[in-house]
Design a protein around this ligand. Sequence first.
Ligand SMILES: Nc1nc2c(c(=O)[nH]1)N[C@H]1C(S)=C(S)[C@@H](COP(=O)(O)OP(=O)(O)OC[C@H]3O[C@@H](n4cnc5c(N)ncnc54)[C@H](O)[C@@H]3O)O[C@H]1N2
Ligand code: MOO
Ligand SMILES: [Mg+2]
Length: 420
Amino acid sequence: MSTDRFTRKALQVPAAQELVLSHVAAGHTELISTVTSDRRTLAETVQAPHDYPAFRRSGMDGYAVRAQDTVPDDGELPWLEVIDDVPCGAVPKEAITAGTAARIMTGAQVPEGADAVVMLEVTEQHVENGRKLVTVKKPAASGQHITPIGFEIPSGEVLLKPGRLIGPGELSVLATFGVHQVNVYRKPVVGIFSTGSELLDITDPLEPGKIRNSNTHMLAAQIVEAGAEPVVMDAIPDDIELAKAKVEEALKAYDLVVTTGGVSVGDYDIMGDLVRSGSMDMLFNKVAMRPGSVTTAAVQDGRLLFALSGNPGACYVGFLLFVRPAIRKMLGMPKDKLRLPSWSAKLGRAYTKVNNFTRFVRGTLEVSDGQVVAYPAQLDESSVMVTIKDSSCLIIIPPELKGASEGTEVNVLLLPGALH
Ligand SMILES: Nc1nc2c(c(=O)[nH]1)N[C@H]1C(S)=C(S)[C@@H](COP(=O)(O)OP(=O)(O)OC[C@H]3O[C@@H](n4cnc5c(N)ncnc54)[C@H](O)[C@@H]3O)O[C@H]1N2
Ligand code: MOO
Ligand SMILES: [Mg+2]
């Protein structure tokens, strides 16, 4: 790797991603209460401890019967004697035998002997000499309105594997089987700070020549989305000694450190100098991509430092392509879930910029005539912040396309939350 500021060797995006991923591994685990496990990543295999449903379950409010007893005899509707009443949560007291039925509610356990449930709507109930009788006006088919044991999940089935992100469906499964504690991967703690003498705090009034620090807050939200815990540190001015001390402190305290700003070749681009200064191993300081060509990564004592560009567009994309997959690997997620999902789409509008590097252009997705169409943002410069909020994908424009006309088949990376 180069030792001066200007000579940089650009890695292709996949190679840079692999390099980053080779320096992280799934982290520690912790046992937590399932009720607080939403958005956490499972670190264990969960198997069904019993069949589900565990009993034959009625799908309707009605009567449990033997289907054969519901067939009219010589045009006469059959009468059955109601020998039991089974509400939800109860266990049937009697088995159903020829000529008998049990009143039963949706979700209740179907008695032995019954092979069908008929809905209340197709029955009539009478009391005759103190005996409860029911007639069935429509013959039942065997198995009707009964959910068999193990219909959804047989006992012993693997339900959830390590690396699975817990959400509403997973919580439902865990609760169903009484799994009230789960082993999950500990959330990596990520220290973030911005560098730049121009940066004002979000609460500061605007001053001439200055801007408010937006990247720190954008990154904090990206870190949360990725499944980690951000620790927001104060921004620092462009002072290499200060930056060095801050990086050292952060790398000791946190699992990962992300900085933004000062990675290009300018006079005050201190982060670029810092990673080359020898105290850490630089993985790369140039990637063949735009925005984010100056994205820099280094490792010290096994901990990664990502020095992302200060330009908001480049910082955003640099996080998604490199930091997010690293966090997801630390969370034990499988290899095919580390990167953003990729779809193919047609370009809805021409993209004319030509570049030597692969472009990751912010865009919006629409479906038209069953075809996914991606529209590049009107403003997609690295320095532009405002269109980040409107984007649902990154459109990949490889350099060999030399720009792309409307209708070109492209690959798009889905942004987190694109389908919400
Ligand atoms: N001579 C060259 N100049 C530049 C090159 C180059 O190769 N040669 N690369 C350009 C590219 S590409 C990019 S990207 C930027 C990278 O800049 P830095 O990472 O060094 O970032 P800064 O110089 O600190 O800031 C750039 C820009 O971003 C604003 N910024 C910085 N931090 C924040 C923040 N926390 N929140 C909001 N905005 C922030 C900053 O004010 C600048 O406007 O360099 C090009 N130049
Ligand atoms: O790194 Mo800059 O964002 O390539 O545009
Ligand atoms: Mg700079």
